[in-house]
Design a protein around this ligand. Structure first.
Ligand code: PLP
Length: 396
C-alpha cells in the first residue's frame, strides 16, 4: 500500500465539478484581479472566522509581512516568536527590518511557552507572534495578558490552524491581527499560493488593504490620511474592472507591495470553505483513531489541551528512533514528514543572532524526535489500520 502524507488528488475528486465550474466562469468573465470572487470570499471568510475585516493577499508570508508593516514594526524593533515553526514566521520579522527574539516552546503542545515570554521582553519589543502550530491554538489568554501589560501587539500566525478554536473562539479572532495561508497543503488550500489577513481594527485593515496594492487608490489615500492624522473625505473607488484599467491605480500614497489573491484562487476557495468544518472533523476523527491505537506504545502521541479544538494540520508523533522508523515506514509505502528538523534559532540564516545549541532546549529536543504521519480527511479505514499496524510492528 502507498499512502501519501496529504492526498490532494483525492480531495479534488470530491469537489471537481464545482471547482471546474467556478474556475471556468472566471476565464469567461476575464476578470482576473480583485473581482467578484475575491470580494465575496473575503466576506465569507470574515464571517466564518468571526472578524470584521478580511484582506486577501498573495500568500501567508506576505500576509505576515504586510500585517507587521501595518502594525508599524520595522528597523530597531524586536518581535517575540517561537523557534518551532515554518521559517516564514521569523523571516517576515526580518523582512520588515526587525529582529526575531525566540522563546522556547512547551514540550507537550509544541507551542510558544507563555511562562518564558516575559524574560525576553526589552524596551525594543513591539509584538508577539504566537503560531498555532500543527493546528493547535497557542495559549492566547496568557499571551494576551502579557501583551496588554507591556503594551505589545499580538499577531497570530494561524497559517496551520484555519477552523481551530480556543475556548470556543476561532483562531484569527484571538489577537490584534492574524494571518492565514492557503498554500495547497494547508487545511484550506487553493490551487497555488494565497493568503489572508484578518482583524477587527478598522485602521489596521485600511493600511493592510493599501499595502497589498502599492499604497494606491481609495485605500491608499485612506491609509495615508490615517497615518498622518488627516481628517478628510475620500472619494469611493467605483471602478468595476481591476484587470484592465483602474485610473485610481496611478495615484500612490504609501510604499507597498503587489500581493493579491487572484480570482481563480478565490473561486476555488469559495467551493472549499463551506466544506472545511467537515474536513477538520474528519481529521480529528483520524487523530482519535491514531491516539487510541498508539497509546501504550513507545511512541509519544500528540497532547491536546482541554480548552481547544485542534484541527490536526499535521498529526505529530515522537520517537527516540525517528530516523530508523521513518525509513521503515518509507519501505512500507507510508510517507512521513519531519517538522521541523532545525529549529529557527539554529538555522544558518540566523547564525548572526548568536543562539547556540542548548539555547532553547525544548525546541531542540523536539526537532530530533517529531515526525508527521499521513493526515487528511479522505484517509480510509484500511489505510489508517495499515499505518497503525506498521507503527506497532516497528515498536515491538
Ligand atoms: C505555511 C506557513 C506560512 C507561510 O505561508 P505561505 O503561504 O507558504 O507563504 C507561515 N507560517 C506558518 C506557520 C506556515 O505553516
Amino acid at each position: 500500500m502507498q499512502i501519501p502524507l496529504i492526498n490532494l488528488k483525492k480531495q479534488y475528486e470530491t469537489i471537481r465539478e464545482d471547482v471546474d465550474k467556478n474556475v471556468l466562469r472566471v476565464f469567461s468573465s476575464a476578470q482576473y484581479i480583485m473581482g467578484e470572487n475575491v470580494k465575496q470570499f473575503e466576506k465569507e471568510f470574515g464571517e466564518y472566522i468571526g472578524v470584521k475585516h478580511s484582506i486577501s493577499v498573495g500568500n501567508g508570508t506576505d500576509a505576515l509581512v504586510i500585517a507587521l508593516k501595518a502594525l508599524g514594526i520595522g528597523e530597531g524593533d524586536e518581535v517575540i516568536t517561537t523557534p518551532f515553526t515554518f521559517f516564514s514566521t521569523a523571516e517576515s520579522i526580518s523582512t520588515v527590518g526587525a529582529v526575531p527574539v525566540f522563546v522556547d516552546v512547551r514540550r507537550d503542545t509544541f507551542n510558544i511557552d507563555p511562562a518564558e515570554i516575559e524574560e525576553k521582553i526589552t524596551s525594543k519589543t513591539k509584538a508577539i507572534i504566537p503560531v498555532h502550530i500543527f493546528g493547535q491554538p497557542a495559549d492566547m489568554d496568557e499571551i494576551n495578558e502579557i501583551a496588554q501589560r507591556y503594551n505589545l501587539k499580538v499577531l497570530e500566525d494561524a497559517c496551520q490552524a484555519v477552523g481551530a478554536e480556543y475556548k470556543h473562539k476561532k483562531t484569527g479572532a484571538l489577537g490584534d491581527i492574524a494571518c492565514f495561508s492557503f498554500f495547497p497543503t494547508k487545511n484550506l488550500g487553493c490551487a497555488g499560493d494565497g493568503g489572508m489577513i484578518v482583524t477587527d481594527d478598522d485602521n489596521l485593515a485600511v493600511v493592510c488593504r493599501a499595502l497589498r496594492t502599492h499604497g494606491s487608490g481609495e485605500n491608499g489615500q485612506k491609509a495615508y490620511n490615517f497615518l498622518n492624522g488627516i481628517n478628510e473625505e475620500v472619494e469611493e473607488d467605483k471602478s468595476e474592472d481591476n484587470t484592465v484599467y483602474n485610473p485610481l491605480k496611478y495615484y500612490n500614497y504609501l510604499i507597498g507591495y503587489n500581493s493579491r489573491l487572484d480570482e481563480i484562487q478565490a473561486a476555488v476557495l469559495r467551493v472549499k470553505l463551506p466544506l472545511l468544518d467537515g474536513w477538520n472533523d474528519k481529521r480529528r476523527k483520524n487523530a482519535e483513531f491514531y491516539n487510541r491505537n498508539l497509546s501504550g506504545t513507545k511512541l509519544t502521541i500528540p497532547h491536546e489541551d482541554d480548552y481547544v479544538k485542534h484541527v490536526y494540520h499535521m498529526y505529530m508523533l515522537q520517537s527516540e528512533r525517528r530516523e530508523e522508523l521513518v525509513e521503515f515506514l518509507k519501505e512500507n509505502g507510508i510517507a512521513t514528514g519531519i517538522y521541523y528538523p532545525v529549529p529557527l534559532h539554529l538555522q544558518k540564516a540566523y547564525i548572526n543572532l548568536g543562539y547556540k545549541e542548548g539555547s532553547l532546549p525544548n525546541a531542540e529536543y523536539l526537532s530530533k524526535r517529531t515526525f508527521a504521519i499521513p493526515m487528511f480527511a479522505e484517509l480510509t479505514d484500511e489505510e489508517k489500520k495499515y499505518i497503525v499496524e506498521k507503527l506497532k510492528e516497528f515498536d515491538e
